[in-house]
Design a binder for this molecule. Sequence first.
Ligand code: ADP
Length: 504
Amino acid sequence: MAGSATINVPALNKQLNVPTGLFINNQFVPSSDSQDLIRVVNPATEQVLCSVVAASPKDIDIAVAAARQAFKTTWGKNVTGFERSKLLHKLADLIERDAQELAELESLNNGKPVRIARDFDIGDSVQCLRYYAGWADKIIGQSLEVDNQTKLAFTRHDPIGVCGQIIPWNYPIMMWAWKVAPALAVGCTIVMKPSELTPLTALKLSELVKEAGFPPGVVNTVPSYGPVGGAALSSHPDVDKIAFTGSTVTGRKIMEAAAKSNLKKVSLELGGKSPHLVFESADLEQAANWAAMGILYNSGQDCTAGSRVYVQDSIYDKFLDILISKVKAQTFGDGFDNTVGGGPLVSKGQYERVWNYIQSGKQEGATVILGGKERSEQGYFIHPTIFTDIRPDMKIVREEIFGPVLSVGRFSTEKDAISLANDTTYGLGAGIHSNDANQCMRVSSALEAGTVWVNQYNLLYNNVPFGGKKQSGIGRELGSYALDEYTSVKAVHWNFGEKLDWPL
Ligand code: ADP
């Protein structure tokens, strides 16, 4: 048996037992051949919370074999949609039951406020599981007329098989739910690799998977370092599909590994450099609220972070003043303080990365109109920073920063606005703020992004698809679209009368 760590969850004032082994076949086990550990750090205090087992490539083989065995025997086509639905509902109920302790654990490991983890990340995850529980008995194909006298064809949407799922650290529970729910709904089995920065809630959720009654091997959890366990999973010859959320750099490696191994199917939800366009007819107060939320939510560690805001000349000065006041109004601090709206960045590495971007913005000649200074206290906190006087070639304008760092530019015509917005290799999200309905329709059509928000930003719903254009990704999560990512369509041709004359 593998060990566990005792972690104090302060708001509940309770000692929580967190498993620290690998979850394979519904058991927590040590590594089969490695002593490697992952040190898990609280980003608000910089203190080590505990260490968990880091899966080796051999452990990945064992987890994949467990998932394959379950797929062939107790899951896959061996269970009805009703049964899958029942188990997903049960899992949702258990997460709801444990929402407070999961939220505290998420906050300790990731830094985000407990309130936000509980009411948004976990609330949304519970809904996501229930949404896909609803789909589990509604996986339908088509019946196709070929020849009424002798033949028809029909399609079956088979579960694709064993899925490797590699998730990031910015929304550890929510990304888990987005991946697990549709895969289980259609009958796939899973080897889940959480980020090495935030493995704790995925391990805790694994206990709930077992408690809900999922058969052994249906969901396996293997914390590991990306280049070790993540690479082993993406190049594994017996994994049928990889679903990944993370950086574009890593997405490229995963696609390459998939191509070089067994051409497994790949869905990628990658980075972004998403623009907001603020037109002169917009409600400026509201546009500023959404734009502030766009860059500050999750301390900017968000793939759809609205990190470029372009404002029409005629309202530029007025809007900028409002925007600055909105950004200043957001407070950042320890996630256990119920009054804060945001926490620290997730890690020292991420802190340094974001700070280097702030330095580069200054060096390249952009003007800092807010923030831009280092915070001295403990924890990986970054002051929200706004740059103006930007140029399209600056690193802060071109590259994903993944922190609370905003570039603000200006435009004069709608055509300019569209071309500035689309001047990026990414295409994840985009926001339009305008009270001219025709303009909203024209611009939303012209924007090259998987999601366009009109007079709002960043809100996602489980029944609406999400994903990227250009280098922001391949495939769609959420909605009925995600079911396609986990199914393989089989066409069955049926002959009930045609005789074959032979030879031809
Ligand atoms: P970041 O650089 O922001 O940490 P990543 O895209 O590297 O984001 O991380 C997202 C997930 O990808 C994590 O679970 C990480 O372990 C995993 N990962 C990192 N490198 C690789 C790799 N070479 N192959 C597969 N997965 C990887």
